[in-house]
Design a protein around this ligand. Structure first.
Ligand code: CP
Ligand code: NVA
Length: 331
């Protein structure tokens, strides 16, 4: 499988075989690292730029650690620390960075921006999250499901909460690509866009998967292998939307009842960060205003034995390493 020189912008651009190849490569790199085998020679001396127009813990650390493991150097451009978009267009920025770096990671707002960057950079560009998609998270999630359930094809994944943003969209696409059964279980105002749904339905027909939209928790959660959720208010959205999100999405909170409906085989997943207690500033503010201490997931589920969220977080690093190696390496 040759992916050298390719961008990694969204999973719609990749075939199921290519996606599975990247997951397998990540599993190998993970094993290698655990065995203490040096990976420094693999991309020794290359340089990558990490552009973050939104904040990050996992994605930034994953790119940095993975790059260093592979022998590369990193330059981090923090939110508002560069000229991008303010004093210099995306196309100009891309052509400048493309002259200095071997690869560019971009986290920011519209998908159009990362696509534009890729068009002009002349080197591989990796999407570290946009409003619409979070493709590196998908590889980590699939590796985690594979590790815990031993398979991907046929797995029933139920996504609860805000399904019309990066995580809902990306999970629907990924499940459709890999022959999995995806359900968006939420209020109809938070279903993914109709056009993307119909794209995924068509795709799922070819792969043996299914796409379901449901407002009913009882029927949707029943028999799920994976219960997945994400924050109700994403980065870049105004604080004022909390009120309507709580009203509309509280019925879709992942709690013990949902896990019981799913059954003993079900694992709980979340891309993180998560609001499951009052140990965050935002969590406390929401509690003071609305009196709700646990938001998209209860502390009991988050801390429970079926929660695999920290495996997921670790797998961000191994899968991002695989993406960089496959797109920058020789084979
Ligand atoms: N899941 C994820 O992308 O986390 P960060 O925002 O911390 O990078
Ligand atoms: N939907 C979240 C995902 C964070 C990893 C956001 O965009 O903030």
């Amino acid at each position: 499988m040759k992916l050298t020189g390719r961008h990694f912008l969204k999973l719609m651009d990749y075939t199921p075989e290519e996606i599975l190849y990247l997951i397998d490569l990540a599993a190998k790199l993970k094993q290698e690292k655990k065995q203490g085998v040096s990976q420094l020679a693999k991309l020794q001396g290359k340089n990558i730029a990490l552009i973050f127009e939104k904040t990050s813990t996992r994605t930034r650390c994953s790119f940095e650690v993975a790059a260093h493991d592979l022998g590369m150097h990193t330059t981090y451009l923090a939110p508002s620390a560069s000229q991008i978009g303010k004093k210099e267009s995306i196309a100009d920025t891309a052509r400048v960075l493309g002259r200095m770096f071997d690869g560019i990671e971009y986290r920011g707002f519209e998908q159009e921006i990362v696509e534009e960057l890729a068009k002009y950079a002349g080197v591989p560009v990796w999407n570290g999250l946009t409003n619409e998609f979070h493709p590196t998270q998908m590889l980590a999630d699939m590796l985690t499901i594979q590790e815990h359930l031993g398979r991907l094809k046929g797995v029933k994944l139920v996504y609860m909460g805000d399904a019309r943003y990066n995580m809902g969209n990306s999970l629907m696409v990924t499940c459709a690509k890999l022959g999995m059964h995806f359900t968006a279980c939420t209020s109809k105002n938070y279903f993914p866009e109709a056009e993307l749904v119909s794209y995924c339905e068509k795709l799922a027909k070819e792969t043996g998967g299914t796409v379901t939209l449901s407002e009913d928790v009882e029927t949707a959660a029943k028999g799920a292998d994976v219960i997945y959720t994400d924050v109700w208010v994403s980065m870049g959205e105004p604080e004022e939307v909390w009120e309507e999100r709580i009203q509309e999405l509280l019925p879709y909170q992942v709690n013990q009842r949902v896990m019981e409906l799913a059954g003993e085989q079900a694992v709980f997943m979340h891309c993180l960060p998560a609001y499951h207690d009052l140990k965050t500033e935002v969590g406390r503010k929401v509690y003071e205003k609305f009196g709700i201490a646990e938001l998209e997931v209860t502390d009991e589920v988050f801390e429970g034995s079926r929660s695999v969220v920290f495996d997921e977080a670790e797998n961000r690093m191994h899968t991002i390493k695989a993406v960089m190696l496959a797109t920058l390496g020789e084979s």
